[in-house]
Design a protein. Structure first.
Lengths: 285, 217
């Protein structure tokens, strides 16, 4: 059995080296498809980071009534902190508000008006995990209903719209990925069919000598594995180094997933083996 | 061993074989003769399950054409050695590799393969050509490689389809002598030929086909 397996592996390897042109075409097909796919993976990976970034920036501000003093404000802070959707609450008292005004407008509000009209406010940051915009909006509605609240300022609709666009982009990305996977299957399948029809004499001789379909298929699978691994690995190198160059040239911080190579090679192996099997099923009946 | 039960196989061109009813025993040497298009190759193709009869049932060893599944045909073929007129050798493989092929298919170990291939090379007088490629050999030598490949797995039946068809008379006789020797060792040999001169004075059964029908036995 071990001798048989060794023979089949050696056959696959020999066939890979013998049929240089067909294998070269197949590797190029995989290389092109997986370079596009790898680029989409990187973009998709960074889209997730973008969503996380927006969510981390998702804050709202509560402006309290003038009657609310610092002690009452602290009680409100404690109550808000108990809410699981809120990650932190920052109290901005009248003095801090005046400092912010000074930084933003270059004027001291007390010098201008003779008193400080700025209200005490609370800056609320939200949890990134289990982020649910509807729940946040309900919470904001509830807070707006409290009698100690003057107003609530938030940019939910704006961020929601950005997230909607990102989600649409992710959807289009998935459609494209499926499309490329389908094209890859089709192209690899056609290359295998071409390769098999070139070797129809060889297959016929094997069949007349008692080879089972599996015996005939295994060297083709090994060829497919080699084509997929080589094609996808070169595609990974191309994608990885392209983003390193893009990052350094445009001073960006596009992250490439640490296990992108494994995703690309794994997916190409699945596609390669599936496409080969599909092609062989049609020929070997 | 081999049984044809009222077999009819029709090609779309209205040729084929019709109402063939015969059996061939173990260890038998049997000639299948007839002019070109008489149905000899069809007869052999039915025996290695390359074709299936339209009517009747072919039994080869324990395999019945009506019951064998496509995925099991290779099991039957492992016990049948086929010799082709056009040799069907792998051009990119050496003589040794061509002969070893059925043994690899049968999952035989490397050492045993070496012994068996060398035996087959000796029997067919090809030992000195083992490292050559088929296109470096003459027609007769290629045919002997084909015979060596068919016998190396020690099959129960050898089917030879016009094995001397492309060869000169001397080489043809040499090939026939090898097949006779294989038969003496206990393998059933069925050889199709249209070369009547070659088989005269041979003490073997002759099945004569004409237009797809057995005309004499």
């Amino acid at each position: 059995m071990i001798d048989k397996i060794a023979f089949l592996f050696a056959e696959g390897l020999k066939n890979f080296l013998r049929n240089k042109l067909t294998n070269f075409l197949c590797v190029i097909t995989i290389l092109i498809n997986f370079t596009i796919l790898g680029t989409f993976f990187v973009v998709g990976f960074n889209t997730d980071s973008l969503v996380d970034f927006f969510r981390s920036k998702y804050t709202f501000e509560i402006f309290l009534n003038d009657e609310v003093d610092l002690k009452q404000s602290n009680t409100i802070v404690t109550d808000l902190k108990a809410n699981s959707a809120i990650s932190s609450v920052m109290l901005i008292d009248k003095e801090k508000s005046a400092d912010i005004f000074l930084k933003e407008f270059g004027e001291n509000v007390e010098d201008m008006l003779g008193y400080n009209p700025l209200p005490i406010s609370l800056k609320i940051s939200l949890q990134k995990d289990n982020f649910d915009l509807k729940k946040i909006e309900l919470l904001i509605d509830e807070i707006e209903g409290y009698n100690f609240v003057d107003s609530v300022e938030y940019r939910g609709a704006y961020i929601d719209s950005i997230e909607d666009r990102i989600n649409l982009f992710i959807f289009l990305f998935l459609v494209l990925v499926i499309g490329i996977v389908f094209i890859s299957i089709q192209m690899i399948s056609n290359t295998v069919k071409l390769s098999m029809s070139n070797r129809s004499d060889f297959i016929e001789i094997l069949q007349y000598n008692g080879a089972s379909n599996m015996f005939i298929k295994i060297p083709f699978f090994i060829e497919s594995i080699l084509q997929s691994t080589i094609g996808a690995f070169i595609a990974f190198l191309l994608v990885n180094y392209s983003f390193i160059v893009i990052n350094s040239y445009f001073n960006l911080n596009i992250q490439v997933d640490d296990v992108l190579w494994a995703w690309m090679i794994g997916l190409s192996l699945i596609i390669g083996i599936y496409a080969s099997n599909r092609a062989m099923k049609r020929i070997l009946l | 061993m081999v049984e044809f039960k009222n077999i009819t196989y029709n090609y779309s061109s209205k040729s084929g074989i019709y109402d063939v009813d015969l059996s061939i025993q173990d260890n038998e040497f049997c000639f299948l003769v007839g002019p070109t298009g008489s149905g000899k190759s069809t007869f052999l193709k039915l025996l290695y399950f390359d074709l299936f009869p339209d009517k009747g049932d072919v039994r080869v060893l324990k395999y019945l054409s009506s019951k064998i599944k496509k995925k099991d045909i290779h099991r039957a073929r492992k016990k049948i050695g086929v010799i082709f007129q056009d040799y069907k050798l792998l051009k990119q493989r050496t003589v040794y590799e061509n002969i070893a092929l059925p043994l690899h298919i049968n999952g035989i170990g490397r050492k045993k393969i070496s012994n068996l291939v060398n035996e087959a090379l000796e029997l067919t007088e090809l030992s000195r050509y083992s490292r050559k490629f088929p296109n470096e050999l003459s027609g007769g030598e290629q045919q002997r490689v084909c015979i060596a490949r068919a016998i190396v797995k020690n099959p129960d039946i050898i089917l030879a389809d016009e094995p001397t068809g492309n060869l000169d008379p001397t080489t043809g006789h040499k090939i026939l002598r090898i097949l006779e020797q294989i038969n003496k060792e206990g393998t059933c040999v069925i050889m199709a030929t249209h070369n009547y001169k070659l088989i005269t004075e041979k003490p073997y059964r002759v099945i004569e086909l004409d237009q797809g029908r057995v005309v004499s036995e």
